[in-house]
Write a protein that binds this ligand. Structure first.
Ligand code: SF4
Ligand code: SF4
Length: 300
C-alpha cells in the first residue's frame, strides 16, 4: 500500500473513531447477478441475469467516490461475465483506479482465466477440499486451481464461506493458500443464514472450532487476511451491525452494509468477517486497530 493511501485511511479511521462519524469508506458495486454456477448456499444468482450497462456502473463509481468511498469491490453474480460492447471488467478496474479509488478488488468464482493484474486483490471463492468444494459449487475445483496456476499475477486471495458442509476443511484451504503460487492470502466468512439456506448455519461451538483451526494454521504460516482479535465477537455474534462505513450499490440502489440488510433479523446472525472487523475497528477496539494495520500492510 502506498504511504499516501495509508495516511488517508489513518485520518479517516481517527476521525470516525473520535468524532463518531458514519461516512462510508468501503463500497461494493454489483455488476450483475448473472452467474455460470448455482452454488448450494447462494440466494442471489440469476434472479434477473442482467449485465448492468457500463454508463450506469461508471456513474455508480463516481457517486461512491463523491461519498468518500476509497476501497472499491466489484462483485456479482460472476464478475468475469460482465461486459458491455468493448468494455470489460479490466476497463472498470482501470477506470476506478484513475478515478482515485485507493484499493480496487474483484470477487470471482474463479472459473474464468485470471488475468487481472490491475486489481489489488482477486477474491476467489474456494469452499473446501475437492470433494466439499464440488459438493457446494459443482465440479469446479480442478478448473479453479488450474486457473490459479495460470494466473498472470500473484494478487489472488482465496475466499471461503464456512458452513455445515465444509467446516472441517478450514485447515485445508489455509495450507493450500500458503503453498500455492499466485495466492497471497485467504479470507473467511461464516455462512449467513438467509431464510432459504438456514440449514447450513453453524452453531457457536462449530464457529469456535473453525476459529481455532484458522488460528492454528496462522501459527503454521498460513497467510490469513482476517483478524484473530475479532474471532470471539464472530463466534457469538457480539459485534455491532450493520456496518455504517460500508455501502453496496446495485442497479442504482444504495444500501448500507449489504443488500442483505432488508432481510428481517439477518444482521443479528451475520457471518461476514469484514462486518465484525470494520465495526470493531471503528468502535475504537485497539486490538483490532493494531491487527488490521499489520494485516492490511502485509497483504495489500
Ligand atoms: S459463484 Fe457466487 S453468485 Fe454464483 S452461484 Fe456461486 S455464490 Fe452465487
Ligand atoms: S447481514 Fe446485515 S450486517 Fe451482515 S452484511 Fe448483511 S447487512 Fe451487513
Amino acid at each position: 500500500m502506498k504511504l499516501s493511501s495509508f495516511a488517508y485511511f489513518a485520518r479517516f479511521g481517527l476521525k470516525t473513531i473520535l468524532l463518531r462519524q458514519e461516512k462510508p469508506i468501503l463500497g461494493t458495486i454489483i455488476l450483475t447477478d448473472k452467474c455460470n454456477l448455482h452454488c448450494r448456499h447462494c440466494s442471489v444468482n440469476n434472479i434477473t441475469a442482467v449485465l448492468y450497462p457500463y454508463g450506469q456502473i461508471s456513474e455508480e463509481m463516481a457517486r461512491l467516490y463523491a461519498m468518500g468511498v476509497r476501497i472499491l469491490f466489484f462483485c456479482g453474480g460472476e464478475t468475469f461475465l460482465w461486459q458491455d460492447g468493448e468494455k470489460t471488467l479490466r476497463d472498470l478496474v482501470v477506470e476506478a483506479r484513475e478515478m482515485g479509488f485507493l484499493i480496487v478488488n474483484v470477487v470471482t468464482n474463479g472459473t474464468f482465466p485470471l488475468d487481472l493484474p490491475e486489481a489489488d486483490l482477486i477474491l476467489l471463492s474456494l469452499d473446501g477440499d475437492q470433494e466439499k468444494h464440488n459438493a457446494i459449487r459443482g465440479d469446479t475445483y480442478d478448473l479453479i486451481l488450474e486457473n490459479v496456476r495460470r494466473a498472470t499475477a500473484d494478487n489472488i486471495c482465496f475466499y471461503m464461506a464456512i458452513n455445515r458442509i465444509n467446516r472441517e476443511d478450514v485447515r485445508h484451504v489455509c495450507l493450500l493458500a500458503r503453498d500455492t503460487p499466485n495466492v497471497r492470502a485467504v479470507s473467511f466468512n461464516f455462512h449467513t443464514p438467509y431464510p432459504d439456506t438456514r440449514s447450513l448455519a453453524l452453531t457457536p461451538e462449530e464457529k469456535a472450532a473453525c476459529c481455532g483451526a484458522i488460528a492454528q494454521a496462522m501459527e503454521e504460516g498460513a497467510p490469513v487476511f482476517n483478524l484473530k482479535s475479532a474471532f470471539p465477537y464472530l463466534i457469538h455474534n457480539r459485534f455491532p451491525t450493520p456496518c455504517r462505513q460500508c455501502v453496496v450499490m446495485e442497479n442504482g440502489r444504495l444500501s448500507t452494509c449489504g443488500r442483505c440488510i432488508d432481510v428481517p433479523g439477518l444482521c443479528q446472525e451475520c457471518g461476514y468477517f469484514f462486518v465484525a472487523e470494520y465495526t470493531l475497528l471503528f468502535q475504537g477496539n485497539w486490538r483490532v486497530v493494531f491487527e488490521m494495520l499489520r494485516t492490511y500492510l502485509k497483504y495489500i
